[in-house]
Design a binder for this molecule. Structure first.
Ligand SMILES: [Zn+2]
Ligand SMILES: [Zn+2]
Length: 262
């Protein structure tokens, strides 16, 4: 199975100062076969601008692709914040450039996000908040076609003003199954986002039970990404995720060119 990192941020994202060249050097050092940059774009993010200067982004990354052509495959992707209140803006933004790969992620629901406990979680108990998150995710995957894989499926467990942030997945298994079935029907995949290892220690977002469920339901499109905002994290936990993928039965990870699976 190929080793890839298909979720990385650089100084083209508002929340990273990382130089893309450093990401590439780390990836080569760690023996990765392919990487994909996926800088952020979110419409109307409540606290800061997650704008992306896509022209400058492509210009810089295309130069790096040429420079490192004999050492590693480099793709130019996007992490698009999915929000049903901005359907046309989101589709237009994605279609304006030839991204190789697009992650669809839920970062904002009804103008509230998850970092500030006073926002999305206000006046909700944990079950209400988690249910709303999964229902909104389902609505997004039903609504949007412009992405290839759903980002960090259950990362809501990182946030919230609860002592135990753990997601009790079985309470929402029917919704999660609907999300997975919708993705499969639409020819879309999931990632395992290894930033989860920091919080959960033993797995990423989502956990491997959900990955297994995706496989059992017929899903075969998977990627792995570190969500690196600094270069030292590129490639982190990728080998562990790949060995879990093999245990579940996947033959290989998926890679993409111009939003089509290679
Ligand atoms: Zn994200
Ligand atoms: Zn990200």
């Amino acid at each position: 199975m190929r080793k890839i990192d298909y979720h990385m941020h650089t100084y083209f994202s508002a929340d990273s100062e990382a130089n893309p060249r450093e990401h590439i050097l780390t990836a080569i050092n760690k023996g990765l076969d392919e990487i994909c940059f996926t800088d952020h774009k979110d419409f109307h993010y409540p606290y800061c601008s997650f704008d992306l200067d896509a022209d400058a982004y492509f210009l810089e990354l295309q130069k790096l692709q040429e420079e490192f052509v004999n050492q590693i495959k480099i793709k130019i992707g996007l992490e698009m914040g999915l929000d049903v209140e901005y359907i046309d803006e989101i589709n237009d933004f994605v279609n304006a450039h030839d991204y190789d790969y697009v992650i669809g992620s839920i970062h904002v629901i009804h103008q509230t996000e998850f970092y500030d406990p006073a926002a999305f979680f206000f006046n909700k108990n944990k079950e209400e908040a988690h249910r709303e998150f999964f229902l909104n995710t389902l609505e997004c995957v039903q609504t949007f076609d412009c992405f290839n894989c759903l980002g960090h499926l259950d990362y809501i467990c990182r946030y919230g003003p609860y002592e135990d942030k753990h997601v009790d997945h079985q309470l929402y298994q029917d919704i999660i199954d609907d999300i997975l079935r919708t993705l499969i029907k639409k020819g879309k995949g999931i990632e395992v986002n290894t930033s989860g290892y920091r919080d959960l220690k033993t797995c990423g977002f989502p956990n491997f039970n959900i990955v297994q469920r995706y496989y059992e339901l017929g899903g075969r499109m998977i990627t792995v990404g570190t969500d690196s905002h600094t270069s030292d994290r590129v490639g982190e936990h990728v080998e562990e995720v790949i060995s879990e993928y093999q245990r579940i039965g996947f033959e290989d990870v998926s890679t993409f060119t111009k939003r089509v699976r290679d």
